[in-house]
Ligand binder design. Structure first.
Ligand code: NAD
Length: 487
């Protein structure tokens, strides 16, 4: 057997890593196609054990004052900072993104942790004397045992969208990482322990659909967060909510960048090139379709010049699996057959010395029509489909007709164009002259339409609604207060 770089991933329950006998899957590094680890496919009984541990510790963890719970995450943030280089390296190896992208991902986890430390300020209760001698107050109580189900594309950041906020707010958690990138989760568990998190508050269960379904069905799990493809987000949302759990399920995306002829050429070109190719296009915020309004050839020319500087294996990472690489290349080939014009072709990319890796070079396709699959479906690779329109209204029609609604951006120097897109785009996160309009903390993250199911966003203050329930208390202390309708 190949020597594993990382030991077989283990479940983490009640503060301990556990060996289990179950079947394992290979974990392959997309950088070179080599086996780096293995991941067990846990059975439902493993989940039951983890939920029991979390349920047992919930009364004591939730009884600790929030300011003390936040202290754990102040310490955790320092530990993340200390381990940044190693954590980034793990993400680089298991996910295939470049080392600098992996580093930026861990830095984002640090920012998310920092935000969670402000939860005591954000959930400071409300109190008012509502009638003579009678006070009403609201406290935000944790919901209990919660689950976080994560995708492959941000092994470090996506778990941090949920862990710090949910735990500081007093919940206990089961994390189900993607079986494609299971290595990071063990390190998160170890660092949380080092920060002083009590055993049982955070648990990791590795696995696939079996565990996801079991999470949705488990009677002792109160809330589920999911991040992944729309197909699975829908299944999880329906199953979790039909079992009367609260659920926020983030799905896939098809993000439109609307480019006006008056846009600053350099700014638009560099931003669009970075947006379409960052993390090899495997970002739910990646630019996927550019809608060029009127004469924008000068911008496309500069965009191609920028894209030619993006080299697989150098400043462009790998695609998660061989199957995903083939899927992306099929989209390009199909668009070509349907009459689209390939300006830059990233098919059959090979990185010298890493011939076993899965790479697609940056690909720019012009003359795409709105009915083509590449214009409508999530490609999830470094591919930009350019659709041409004559007017901004036509561009908005195309954007509005998408089933998705994660992000939309406009490149222009005209305030009226920008305002129109800000108002009319059917997406949860809008950019003006920004290619990847991820709202930084304290602003929350979440799309519209089929990019998100559920009412709360997954981060920021909006996540408080997912992880807590408001308790309203009416109080009268003094018998001498006058009798009134509330007495
Ligand atoms: P995925 O849906 O295949 O997997 C996500 C999780 O669901 C994994 O933990 C996986 O084990 C589990 N899963 C897979 N199939 C399942 C099934 N049939 N039933 C139950 N569970 C199942 O997603 P992925 O390929 O890991 O991630 C890429 C997708 O995630 C893209 O569509 C991307 O847009 C999306 N994504 C969205 C956001 C967002 O914020 N909207 C963020 C990151 C990724």
């Amino acid at each position: 057997m190949d020597k594993l770089i990382y030991k077989t991933a283990k479940n983490y329950i009640n503060g301990k890593f556990r060996d289990i006998e179950n079947k394992t899957l290979d974990v392959i590094s997309p950088l070179d196609g080599k086996l780096i680890s293995k991941v067990p496919l846990s059975s439902k009984s493993e989940l039951d054990t983890a939920v029991a541990a979390a349920k047992a510790v919930f009364p004591s963890w939730s009884a600790i004052p929030i300011k003390e719970r936040a202290q754990v995450f102040f310490r955790y943030k320092t530990i993340l900072e200390k381990n940044l280089d190693n954590l980034a390296y793990i993400t680089h190896i298991e996910n295939g993104k470049t080392l600098s992208e992996a580093k930026a991902e861990v830095e984002k986890s640090i920012e998310l942790t920092e935000f969670a430390c402000s939860m005591p300020q954000l959930i400071t209760g409300e109190i008012l004397e509502v009638s003579n001698g009678v006070e009403c107050r609201i406290d935000y109580a944790p919901v209990g045992v919660v689950a976080s189900i994560a995708p492959f594309n941000f092994p470090h950041m996506v778990p941090h969208w949920t862990i710090p906020n949910a735990l500081v707010l007093g919940n206990c958690m089961i994390l189900k990482p993607s079986e494609k990138v299971p290595v990071t989760a063990s390190h998160i568990a170890e660092m949380l322990k080092e920060a002083g998190l009590p055993d049982g508050v955070f648990n990791v269960i590795n696995g696939d659909k079996v565990i996801v379904d079991a999470i949705c069905d488990h009677p002792d799990i109160s809330a589920v967060s999911f991040v992944g493809s729309t197909k699975v987000a829908k299944l999880v949302y329906i199953r979790a909510t039909s079992n009367l759990k609260r659920c926020t399920a983030l799905g896939g995306a098809k993000n439109h960048l609307i480019v006006m002829p008056d846009a600053n050429t350099d700014m638009a070109a560099t931003n669009i090139a970075a947006s379409m190719s960052g993390c090899a296009g495997q970002r739910c915020m990646a630019a996927s379709a550019m809608v060029g309004v009127g004469p924008v050839d000068h911008i496309i020319e500069k965009l191609c010049e920028e894209a030619r500087k993006i080299i697989p294996g150098k400043n462009l990472g790998a695609i998660i699996t061989k199957e995903s690489k083939e899927r992306i290349e099929r989209y390009i080939t199909e668009a070509e057959k349907q009459g689209a014009k390939i300006l830059i072709d990233g098919r059959n990319a090979v990185v010298q010395g890493k011939e076993g890796g899965f790479y697609v070079g940056p690909t720019i396709i012009d003359n795409v029509t709105p009915d083509m699959a590449i214009a409508k479906e999530e490609v999830f690779g470094p591919v930009l489909a350019i659709i041409r329109t004559n007017t901004l209204d036509e561009a908005m029609e195309i954007e509005n007709s998408s089933n998705y609604g994660n992000a939309a951006s406009v490149f222009t120097q005209n305030g009226s164009y920008a305002k129109l897109v800000m108002e009319k785009a059917s997406a949860g996160m809008i950019g003006v002259n920004i290619g990847v309009p991820v709202p930084r903390e304290p602003f929350s993250f979440g799309g519209w339409n089929e990019s998100k199911f559920g009412t709360n966003d997954i981060t920021g203050a909006s996540s408080i609604g997912l992880w807590t329930q408001p308790k309203k208390t009416s109080i009268k202390w003094n018998p001498e207060a006058q009798k009134n309708w509330m007495s």
